[in-house]
Design a protein around this ligand. Structure first.
Ligand SMILES: [Zn+2]
Ligand SMILES: [Zn+2]
Length: 160
C-alpha cells in the first residue's frame, strides 16, 4: 500500500492506495455517463497503476501521417496544426481515480484545462497541490478516458 505525497511540501495527496499490476483497459464506451459524458474511472477507487508508456503533453508529430495511431495508451487519434501527434510526455505516471486526490485543484485561470465537456488532458499538467506544485494531469472529457495521472517526479511515494 502506498500514499503519494507532494514532493515540494510533503502533504499527503492520496489515501493509502493498493497497486495494480498494470493499467486496466478503459471501460467500454457504452458505460459513458449520459449526463457527465465521463467514462467510469480507468483505475478503481483505492488503487493505483503505473503507466509505463509516455502519456500526456507535450505531443510531437507522428512519423507516418497516413496511418495515424492513438496519441497515447487508451487515447484517441489527436490532430493538431502539426498533424497527427503522439505523446512525448513522461513515462511512469501514476494513474489513480480522480476522486482519490481530493485536495488537488485546477490551475489559476483553468490553465491547461481546455476541452469539450471537461479537460482533455492534452495540454500538460492541469492540477496542482494547494502549495502550487503542478503535479497532475486530469483527463475527463467526453472523448477521453477518465484518469488522473500524477507526475512521478513531482510526487513522493511512501509506504502506507
Ligand atoms: Zn505541495
Ligand atoms: Zn463534450
Amino acid at each position: 500500500m502506498t500514499i503519494f505525497l507532494c514532493a515540494r511540501c510533503g502533504e499527503a495527496l492520496t489515501a493509502d492506495l493498493a497497486a495494480l499490476p498494470a493499467v486496466p483497459d478503459a471501460p467500454d464506451e457504452s458505460q459513458r455517463d449520459p449526463e457527465t459524458r465521463r467514462l467510469p474511472s480507468t483505475v478503481p477507487a483505492g488503487h493505483y497503476a503505473v503507466e509505463t508508456e509516455p502519456w500526456g503533453g507535450p505531443y510531437v508529430p507522428q512519423d507516418n501521417q497516413d496511418d495515424p495511431k492513438p496519441c497515447q495508451p487508451r487515447g484517441n487519434c489527436y490532430c493538431t496544426d502539426d498533424g497527427f501527434v503522439t505523446s512525448a510526455g513522461p513515462r511512469n505516471t501514476i494513474v489513480i481515480h480522480p476522486d482519490d486526490a481530493p485536495t488537488l485543484r485546477p490551475l489559476p485561470n483553468w490553465e491547461n484545462s481546455s476541452g469539450c465537456c471537461g479537460p482533455a488532458g492534452y495540454h500538460g499538467p492541469n492540477r496542482a497541490c494547494p502549495c502550487g506544485n503542478r503535479l497532475a494531469t486530469l483527463a475527463a472529457d467526453c472523448y477521453t478516458p477518465y484518469e488522473l495521472h500524477l507526475d512521478p517526479v513531482r510526487v513522493t511515494p511512501v509506504e502506507g
